[in-house]
Design a protein around this ligand. Structure first.
Ligand code: HAM
Length: 428
């Protein structure tokens, strides 16, 4: 027998048991963003490879090692998007919607692709909800983004498990100064550096700061600090942000080693992290990228945003047992019918009920079977009530309404009164 085909490693099916929690999460975020006046964008999943090279940076893990890149039939190099910011910048430029200083507050949702080593919380196809704001350069909007996520953690009941880490990367000139100082310091200690960091010293030395190698971390204790090289504007901006977070009562930890893995950031960077998910503890991350739009060919345009990983947040909701109990029930009423004439009547009655009670979640037993097997299915569906229609009910133009939870009595209801009485029972 031939081997059955399987999904690509690191790319997961999201099964019907899981989708209610995904939808709950997604709709909670969507209504929160609606409430703050953010508007949804939908960008293509595939873009020109050049877009990601130019925005994320040639010497980043994503671009060097993780992109799904291929030539299409015309020989153009295309890439499955590894993140959303680059596409969003491309789109706002292409449609001119940030021109003349127009403020845009945007969000998007969808799959992203990175060829990383799969493990819990880290996948090759994963899903993000991202937010990008253009043409606002003050710390007030950085604060709004963070306050908004803080509110979300509250709504979801996961606030106690999350810590906000903050840093400022300063202006590009300040970073260049700092880079020089860091390279000078590390070059003098080259033989103590790990191989990866040696390579980064020439290409992307700031990334050495978040090296996982203990010896490198030990070496960095005495290294020059980015905070000591920040420009005045970035210092004032960062103080403006922390003052607002203090006023809003949002706790944070300053992490001078937080540099992020994408090259476009400057000034504010932040991550929301948890210790509940093992190694992949960052559930939401972002920062300011004031130079990116210009770098991509547009006019100077301030930009700031973040993205959260849906898989990781769903895992966190489960780990903290914050899955709303109501999600277990996807059906309110289960309709059982016995015999062909009763089945036909049930079908007509069910459609009438859907007309009269548009929010009703009603499942009609398909595939018939004995009453016993139908009841089993009704019970398994989690429905609160079963409607039963057999020969006797058909003759009397009634339906039996049987409570499936608790110990209420079964009652017979006429077809004409069914919608009204069912609605009353469901509300009780
Ligand atoms: P990022 O830090 O690369 O930033 O990803 C944001 C979030 O996506 C991470 O914190 C994590 O929750 C999730 N994530 C990333 N990679 C994976 C993976 N392999 N498997 C599962 N989840 C993952 C960005 O993508 C930036 N575009 C964020 C941004 C928007 N900055 C400004 N605007």
């Amino acid at each position: 027998m031939s081997k059955t085909l399987q999904a690509i490693r690191g790319m997961n099916d999201i099964l019907p048991e899981q989708t209610p929690l995904w939808r709950y999460f997604e709709s909670t975020v969507a209504s929160l963003l609606d409430g703050y006046g953010y508007r949804q964008m939908r960008m293509p999943i595939v873009e020109a490879t050049e877009l990601f090279k130019r925005s994320i940076g040639e010497v980043t893990d994503i671009v060097e090692k993780e992109m799904y890149t291929f030539d299409d039939r015309n020989g153009d190099s295309l890439t499955l998007r590894p993140e959303g910011t680059a596409s969003c910048v491309r789109a706002v430029l292409e449609h001119g919607i940030t021109g003349g200083g127009q403020v845009q507050k945007l969000w998007y949702i969808g799959p992203m692709f990175r060829h990383e080593r799969p493990q819990k919380g880290r996948y090759r196809q994963f899903h993000q909800i991202g937010v990008e704001v253009f043409n606002l350069d003050g710390p007030d909007i950085d604060a709004e983004l963070i306050i908004m996520t803080w509110r979300l953690w509250g709504l979801l009941g996961i606030r106690p498990a999350l810590t906000l880490e903050l840093n400022s990367l300063g202006s590009s000139a300040a970073r260049a100064n700092y880079r020089e100082a860091l390279v000078e310091f590390l070059s003098a200690r080259l033989n103590q550096l790990d191989e990866d960091s040696k390579r980064r010293l020439a290409t992307n030395p700031l990334r050495i700061l978040d090296s996982k190698v203990p010896e490198t971390q030990a070496l960095l204790i005495d290294a020059p600090k980015l905070v000591d090289h920040l420009d005045d504007d970035s210092v004032t901006h960062f103080a403006g942000l922390t003052a607002r977070l203090d006023a809003a009562g949002i706790p944070y930890v300053l992490n001078p080693k937080l540099v992020r893995g994408l090259d476009y950031y400057g000034k504010t960077v932040f991550e929301w992290v948890t210790d509940q998910l093992g190694a992949q503890g960052t559930v939401c991350a972002g920062g300011r990228y004031d130079g990116l739009v210009e770098q991509m060919g547009g006019k100077p345009t301030a930009g700031v945003g973040f993205a959260m990983g849906i898989e990781r947040l769903v895992l966190l909701l489960e780990a903290l047992e914050q899955v709303p109990a109501a999600l277990a029930r996807q059906v309110d009423v289960y309709f059982c019918a016995l015999g062909a004439p009763a089945e036909l009547a049930a079908l007509v009655l069910a459609e009438r009920l859907r007309d009269q009670l548009p929010n009703l979640r009603l499942q009609v037993n398909a595939g018939a079977g004995s009453f016993k097997s139908q009841f089993k299915k009704a019970d398994k569906s989690g429905a609160l009530f079963a409607l039963i229609l057999a020969e006797d009910e058909l003759a009397q133009q009634t339906v039996a309404l049987k409570p499936l939870r608790g110990n209420g009595e079964q009652q017979h209801i006429s077809w004409t009164a069914l919608a009204e009485q069912l609605a009353a029972c469901l509300q009780a």
